[in-house]
Design a protein around this ligand. Structure first.
Ligand code: ADP
Length: 670
């Protein structure tokens, strides 16, 4: 090409001077702007990144630095602008840039004669072409800076196809273009069709049409997408609304259910409390009513017994026998009810006691052997030698449970043998477990009744014609007793072959020390829960010895007073009666007695307190060491311990019978 001086010149990128002062870089945003010159001949600019309006000052400063250097002053130069790396540039920034460039060209008396644009977009190209026709400049669009250099060196300023580019726009074309824009804006179905819209590629506005068509296409796509997305969002919203409503409804249902549940729990708790109160009331009622009946019954039993000691003819003997059998049954029933109400309401001793298992077994044998023999049944006790004598447990409950089961075995067997056995099951250093079993060769219990017999007031044969009497409480009580001791009553039985009732209990093994400590309080088992055995009247009484012996009977109940004193009289003793502890102390201070028989519960001063007082020297009774026998109904093992602790010597259980009374007096009256 010919330069200003008419000399031939070759241009290449290597010849371009770059100066750091003519350059702007923002590493954070990725923007860059880089100016280079071949002095007075060529000005090249590389731009890139997102060109921000905020950074224009720095861009323009680097541009001005280049102009200030004088490299282009007073020259017509070739300009190359490489937009290939531009990601975006706002229209505002472009206008500012164009103005600044114009201002600097004017200021430094220079002018680009031709501008090569590399990598311009279709829209930029169109706008620049329009712009060029007004500023009388030439714009040549190339792909790369190298292509620009190649064209310059070939003296071919115009790329192929772009030569002789002239812009002439008629009013008609502008109107047509405006109409079309109107179409685009208002007609959603617009599509740009060259033939139909009469636009040829030669039309100066062809590029604009094309761009607008492209934009329109994109816009429609966007609109379509937007519509679809809007629909999707709306659907999702609708669904979430439905879900929300459902959720609220379900929440409401759950809340209602919770509310109902809370109410039910409340009601259930109340019902449970009511039931417990009712059960307690029932047990108390049973205990009270039984107690009320038992007191006069004691009198009936006692008086009948006394009657038996009077001369009776054979007819009267039958009557008294019948009274005795009936009272015995009534007494048993009442005691059963009392026991049941006690175990049912949990009013029982929870302390373990040291007891001798062999004595317990032989006591059962001596109590029940007679009734077995009467039915020609053999009662066998089996205790292997390996079983220790002493154990800690609940001897009264165990005794009562075993008696109930052996009694039933006797009652429901006509032949054969009843075996009460005990065998070790397991042992640890502290504990030992045994299986207790009561087997009989009786009528057995049918399979379908096995569960039933443990329920209270239930019998296998409840017909009025059944052979055996009973209340149907025995097994219910036994089951409760066994459970109280930590076991489970089990039954295996075959109809007409026999039954085996069994349970396993665990006992604490006593240490040598505990044996010694408790040795004094190993108690006899009669009385307490097991208090219901009547004995046959004594055949004869040798009462001459006791005629001068004076006994103080301390008892508040008039009937009991009468029964006991009648019996004692019958046995040949002289009786004084005191109605409570205070009266007793008074009597013992005034006169000499051989023995005191003392009730426990009395008004003003009970038996325990009275005994403690009598034993004190300072009370001033004549004989502080006088034997005191407690006379009790329903005494627990603990009651008995308390009696001993209060200084009493022995007990006698109500109903008092002549033989037991006799035995006791033989022991204590010297
Ligand atoms: P009952 O006072 O009627 O004997 P239990 O509760 O002791 O009350 O016994 C309930 C029922 O179980 C008895 O009536 C009897 O039918 C049955 N039963 C109990 N023990 C035996 C046994 N060893 N052999 C057969 N039947 C028995």
């Amino acid at each position: 090409m010919q330069d200003n001086n008419g000399t031939n010149n070759h241009f290449s990128l290597e010849m371009v001077e770059f100066n750091p002062e003519w350059q702007y870089d923002n590493h954070k945003t990725g923007e860059f702007y880089k100016n280079g010159v071949i002095p007075r001949k060529l000005f090249i600019t590389y731009l890139g990144g997102n060109i921000q309006p905020a950074s224009t000052d720095k861009v323009f400063a680097s541009l001005e630095n280049m102009f200030k250097s004088g490299a282009l002053t007073n020259s017509e130069y070739i300009r190359i602008a490489d937009y290939n790396k531009v990601i975006s540039a706002s229209f505002h920034t472009r206008v500012l840039y164009a103005n600044t460039l114009n201002r600097l060209n004017e200021k430094y008396h220079c002018r680009p004669i031709i501008t090569y644009i590399c990598g311009a977009s279709l829209l930029s190209k169109t706008m620049l072409r329009l712009f060029a026709s007004y500023v009388q400049q030439e714009f040549i669009f190339v792909a790369t800076a190298q292509e620009a250099f190649d064209l310059i060196n070939a003296e071919n300023y115009y790329p192929s196809g772009e030569q002789d580019y002239q812009i002439t726009i008629s009013q008609k074309q502008i109107d047509q273009f405006a109409a079309l824009c109107g179409n685009i804006l208002f007609n959603e179905t617009f599509t740009f069709d060259e033939n139909k819209d009469g636009v040829s590629p030669d039309d100066p506005l062809y590029d604009l049409y094309t761009i607008i068509a492209l934009l329109d296409h994109d816009l429609k796509e966007l609109q379509k997408n937007e519509k679809e997305q809007r629909n999707e969002i709306e659907q999702a919203l609708e669904q979430s609304r439905i879900l929300n409503t459902k959720l609220t409804e379900e929440k409401k249902i759950v809340e209602e259910k919770e509310h109902i549940q809370q109410m039910l729990i409340k009601k259930l708790n109340q019902a449970k409390i009511d039931a417990e109160i009712a059960n307690l009331a029932k047990s108390e009622f049973l205990a009270n009513i039984s107690h009320e009946i038992i007191t006069p019954l004691h009198a009936v039993i006692g008086m009948t017994e006394l009657l038996c000691y009077t001369p009776l003819n054979s007819e009267q003997k039958i009557y008294t026998d019948t009274i005795q059998t009936s009272t015995q049954q009534l007494y048993q029933l009442l005691n059963n009810i009392l026991d049941f109400s006690k175990t049912d309401s949990g009013q029982i001793d929870s302390n373990t006691t040291l007891f001798d298992i062999r004595t317990l077994f032989s006591d059962i044998s001596s109590l029940l052997n007679d009734s077995a023999l009467k039915k020609r049944l053999r009662l066998t006790l089996s205790i292997p030698p390996a079983i220790p004598d002493y154990l800690f447990g609940y001897p009264e409950y165990l005794m009562q449970a075993l008696i109930n089961l052996v009694q039933n075995a006797i009652k429901f067997s006509d032949t054969g043998e009843i075996i009460l056995s005990i065998e070790p099951v397991s042992e640890t250093p502290d504990n030992i477990s045994f299986r207790f079993a009561i087997s009989d060769s009786g009528i057995g219990i049918p399979e379908e009744k096995k569960e039933l017999v443990f329920q209270k007031f239930t019998q296998v044969d409840s017909s009025p014609t059944r052979k055996e009497g009973g209340t149907g409480l025995g097994l219910a009580i036994t089951k409760q007793l066994v459970e109280l001791m930590g076991g489970r009553l089990e039954l295996s039985s075959r109809e007409n072959e026999g039954s085996i009732f069994s349970f396993v209990l665990s006992f604490i093994k006593p240490t040598d020390k505990s044996k010694k400590n408790d040795a004094n309080s190993i108690l006899p088992y009669t009385g307490s829960l097991h208090k219901n055995r009547l004995h046959s009247p004594m055949q004869s009484t040798d009462n001459t010895l006791q005629s001068n012996t004076r006994i103080l009977l301390v008892e508040d109940n008039a009937i009991n007073q009468r029964v006991a004193s009648a019996m004692l009289n019958k046995l040949g003793f002289t009786i004084d009666i005191a109605a409570n502890g205070i009266e007793a102390i008074d009597a013992l201070t005034q006169a000499a007695y051989s023995l005191v028989i003392m009730d426990l519960q009395m008004p003003l001063m009970g038996g325990l307190e009275a005994s403690r007082e009598i034993r004190k020297m300072e009370t001033g009774t004549r004989d502080p060491d006088i034997p005191i026998i407690a006379m009790t109904a329903n005494a627990t093992q603990q009651d008995k311990k308390n009696c001993l602790k209060a200084g009493m010597n022995d007990f006698i259980s109500k109903p008092v019978t002549m033989p037991t009374l006799q035995k006791l007096l033989d022991k204590w009256v010297k």
